[in-house]
Design a protein around this ligand. Structure first.
Ligand SMILES: CC(C)(COP(=O)(O)OP(=O)(O)OC[C@H]1O[C@@H](n2cnc3c(N)ncnc32)[C@H](O)[C@@H]1OP(=O)(O)O)[C@@H](O)C(=O)NCCC(=O)NCCS
Length: 201
């Protein structure tokens, strides 16, 4: 199963991801944007523990300095879980098909939202579809975003994560993020603490 990335806001250099081309939104951008936001919101409701409402996606898209990286596959794999090319079914850079166009049949399997201020990036959300988790998609997205933004002068990458979210904490640790603070009772829904993590280049 092949995957590709879409830079929704056009912030990302077309040559940055694995030296391959990132699809640029076509003239019917408005329609595609609406479609993508709807798909992202559905994914978010399915997979995320911290609930954003739909308006937060729209607002974030409009915010200056925000960035959205979408990971998608073609519509043919919509009904199947699919897997990457490694023996364990994990995805790696060889599974990225830069020629695969994004259209209204594409299946969004993950997304990454951040915003940049000066030389800092604040990671707001990274989500992979439930059935596609633990297959390397989160790693590919995080790796791409870090490389691209390092090239744009970002020096520090910040995020908050629930203490119980081991998958996410392990993902961030894999990429060199360190815990620098605990925010007590940070999450309103269950009073859970947040780990504040940073990666410094
Ligand atoms: C957190 C999340 C984005 C990770 O993406 P992913 O595609 O599942 O992650 P990967 O497959 O690239 O795995 C990255 C690392 O996470 C860790 N990991 C993956 N699956 C794991 C599991 N079931 N248990 C513990 N750690 C796990 C491993 O350290 C892994 O590295 P490795 O494969 O080299 O061992 C994804 O699981 C997700 O969408 N979760 C729900 C939303 C969420 O909680 N987002 C984070 C908000 S802060």
């Amino acid at each position: 199963m092949k995957i590709n990335f879409l830079d929704l806001k056009g912030f990302v250099s077309p040559h940055a991801i694995n030296n391959s081309q990132v699809f640029s939104p076509p003239p019917e951008f408005q329609t595609l944007t609406e479609y993508i936001i709807k798909e992202m919101f559905d994914l978010h409701m399915q997979s995320s523990q911290t609930v954003w409402d739909r308006k937060m996606f729209d607002d974030e898209l409009k915010r200056e300095g925000s960035g959205f990286l979408i990971c998608y596959s073609d519509g043919a794999t919509r009904e199947t879980d699919g897997g990457g090319s490694s023996p364990a079914g994990k995805f790696n850079a060889h599974d990225i098909d830069a020629s695969m166009k994004f259209d209204l049949m594409s299946r969004i399997i993950g997304f990454f939202i951040f915003y940049n201020v000066l030389d800092e990036m604040h990671i707001l959300d990274i989500t992979v579809a439930n059935e596609m988790q633990s297959k390397g998609i989160g790693s590919l997205m995080l790796d791409s975003v870090i490389k691209i933004n390092a090239g744009r002068g970002i020096k520090d990458f910040f995020l908050e994560v629930r203490t119980s979210n081991l998958k996410a904490v392990n993902l961030y640790k894999k990429f060199g993020f360190k815990i620098f603070m605990l925010r007590k009772n940070y999450y309103e829904d269950n009073g859970e603490d947040a780990l504040c993590m940073v990666k410094k280049l």
